[in-house]
Design a protein around this ligand. Structure first.
Ligand code: SAM
Length: 264
């Protein structure tokens, strides 16, 4: 895979994923989202009621709607036109006052400087090139004192060529990590944990980066780091969904950042 997986190719993959993605997310097949990631990340984001919030990489809008129902004035952007169409269809069906725009989070010229109180991004910033450009744009559109919170797959554990290590009985005993210092875009192929067995796999372009790249890019743009979190799946969740217990016992699946734009 070349270094040059471009945004138009990312959009092409997500346009192809969009129908099935929306169907399955709306049917609750993404159990990690439902029972682990969303509860933890929404608590991490904090209060959004009454705020102007941008959702960067909003997909078909599931989590944009979730924050709108919590009282935020939401705007969602995504690079996939099909995802944005699906989000708008849902907005027409059940209006929540959400504005959706088809654009990249690296190029937010549609929005004036300092137009949002907060920016959030759910599991989207590791899925596109140009994290540095995205961070500069998100800093620009955020008001001074505003926060930017995002979730990504954990860059130290989710790497190209990574896989579970198992004992003779097939029990997970560890996680193999590879190519951490030599990231190159790749296409991840996977299904949601509770997807029907005949569901097609998603093709997800992935842009691995080191942890230091994430942190230093945020600091270089002018953000102040407020908090990070590596949510650990609760015991009860792992009992109910044993396939997920490796993410409790051996490695972190997600990493959350909350950073603040300093007050002038
Ligand atoms: C894993 S999905 C997450 C979608 C949504 N946030 C959610 O939680 O359901 C990643 C999304 O990032 C979007 N994406 C990838 N690169 C992008 C970019 N440069 N600008 C905006 N969206 C992008 C994809 O189109 C896709 O909808």
């Amino acid at each position: 895979m070349s270094d040059e997986l471009r945004e138009d190719e990312v959009a092409r993959h997500w346009n192809a994923n969009a129908e099935e993605w929306a169907r399955e997310v709306r049917a609750g097949h993404d159990i990690a989202r439902e029972f682990m990631n969303n509860p933890a990340f929404v608590a991490f984001i904090g209060e959004v009621s009454g705020r102007q919030v941008l959702d960067a990489g909003c997909g078909e809008g599931y989590n944009t709607r979730l924050l709108a129902r919590r009282g935020a004035a939401m705007t969602g952007v995504d690079i996939s036109e099909r995802m944005i169409e699906l989000a708008r269809e849902e907005e027409r069906r059940s209006p929540l006052g959400i504005r959706y725009e088809h654009t990249s989070y690296t190029s937010l010229g549609l929005f004036a400087d300092e137009s949002f109180d907060a920016v959030v991004s759910f599991m989207a910033l590791m899925d596109g090139p140009g994290f540095d450009h995205a961070v500069v744009e998100l800093f620009r559109v955020l008001r001074p004192g505003g926060t930017f919170a995002f979730s990504i797959t954990h860059p130290c554990f989710i790497t190209r060529g990574g896989h579970w290590i198992r004992d003779a009985q097939g029990v997970k005993t560890g996680l193999h990590v590879s190519h951490y210092f030599t990231p190159a875009p790749w296409i991840d192929r996977w299904r949601f944990t509770d997807a029907p067995t005949d569901a097609p796999e998603f093709n997800v372009p992935r842009f691995d980066r080191t942890l230091s790249f994430y942190v230093n890019t945020l600091l270089d743009a002018g953000f102040v780091l407020s908090r990070i979190e590596e949510p650990r799946p609760p015991e009860a969740y792992c009992r109910e969904h044993p396939s997920q217990s490796g993410w409790r016992e051996h490695a972190a699946l997600y990493l959350y950042f909350r950073v603040t734009k300093p007050d002038d």
